[in-house]
Ligand binder design. Structure first.
Ligand code: NAP
Length: 263
């Protein structure tokens, strides 16, 4: 299927590894020019090189923390330098640490809210005027399955992402009339560094190996495997395509069926 977005410009936040990288690769395959971002320059440049070698698209890199004002300003400036404005925004950032309700103080809450709610909202606010003016835009926010079904040890994530979800539900309906499509993509367990770091807590607590922790996680999913960044990226690219003009404010769950709900 031709996604119909060749030549568009996308910002993909937190994209040197994992799910963000999967999204960047799939968008590049569809012919989209990219601004990539991550804090660590080495992995970021390696990903940019990989994508440039595989696809005929422009790739700019911004090494910086997307949760900071400077990081956000830098990715927006890099997109402006590519010319033509931001057509596609994929919001992403690292997830908060696991813990217990009694662990978290105000500072922990502010950090989680900044990363997983206020940063995407700030970037959405920055790109919407241009998208509305050009009568075309696509915004995908990477959230989590925890929005639909809370993961108790990830209370910071459950709460911050639910806040973003509420904002997107309302705002997406206000901007749809201008050709701007905004939705959320909810990962269940996927094979990335994040899942390994979450497994590490189980490994330490229960004295099992990383392989055993990974196998337990896979066996709990109806697919008997966890997801891949490539299939996550393909879904993201579709949600940025010409074909989703009537899909507004949705929460698309990619969890291999582990969320045991009818709808
Ligand atoms: P990952 O494999 O750990 O990759 C995270 C990427 O984001 C890296 O490129 C990292 O590079 C970058 N990054 C992290 N914090 C950043 C920041 N403040 N500014 C800029 N870049 C940043 O994680 P992932 O699995 O792709 O997860 C992506 C998001 O999905 C996270 O919010 C995670 O909680 C959520 N999620 C993941 C899963 C899963 O199973 N993988 C499930 C549910 C939800 P640097 O470290 O160099 O900055």
């Amino acid at each position: 299927m031709d996604l119909g977005i060749r030549g568009k410009t996308a910002i993909v936040c937190a994209s040197s590894k994992g799910l963000g990288k999967g999204c960047a690769q799939a968008l590049a395959e569809a012919g989209v020019n990219l601004v990539l971002n991550a804090r660590g320059a080495e992995a970021l440049e390696a990903t940019a090189h990989e994508i440039r070698s595989a696809h005929q698209v422009q790739v700019a890199t911004v090494a910086g923390d997307i949760t900071s004002d400077e990081g956000q300003a830098a990715v927006l400036a890099a997109a402006r330098e590519m010319g033509g404005g931001v057509d596609i925004l994929v919001n992403n950032a690292g997830g908060p640490p696991p813990g217990l309700w009694s662990d978290w103080e105000r500072e922990d809450w502010l950090k989680a809210l900044n990363s997983n709610m206020l940063t995407p909202i700030a970037l959405i606010k920055a790109v919407l005027p241009g998208m509305i003016e050009r009568k075309w835009g696509r915004i995908v926010n990477i959230t989590s399955q925890s929005v639909k079904s809370p993961i108790p040890v990830l209370g910071l994530s459950n709460a911050a992402r639910a806040g973003l979800t509420g904002y997107v539900a309302g705002t997406s309906r206000q901007v749809a009339q201008h050709g701007v499509v905004m939705n959320n993509l909810l990962p269940g367990a996927h094979d990335t560094d994040r899942i390994k770091s979450l497994n590490a807590a189980e490994v330490e607590k229960r004295g099992i190996t990383m392989d055993e922790a990974m196998a337990e996680r896979a066996n709990a999913v109806p697919t008997r495997r966890i997801g891949t960044p490539a299939e996550f990226g393909a879904t993201c690219a579709f949600m940025c395509s010409q074909h989703v003009g009537f899909m507004i404010g949705q929460n698309v769950l990619l969890d291999g069926g582990i969320g045991n709900t009818t709808m």
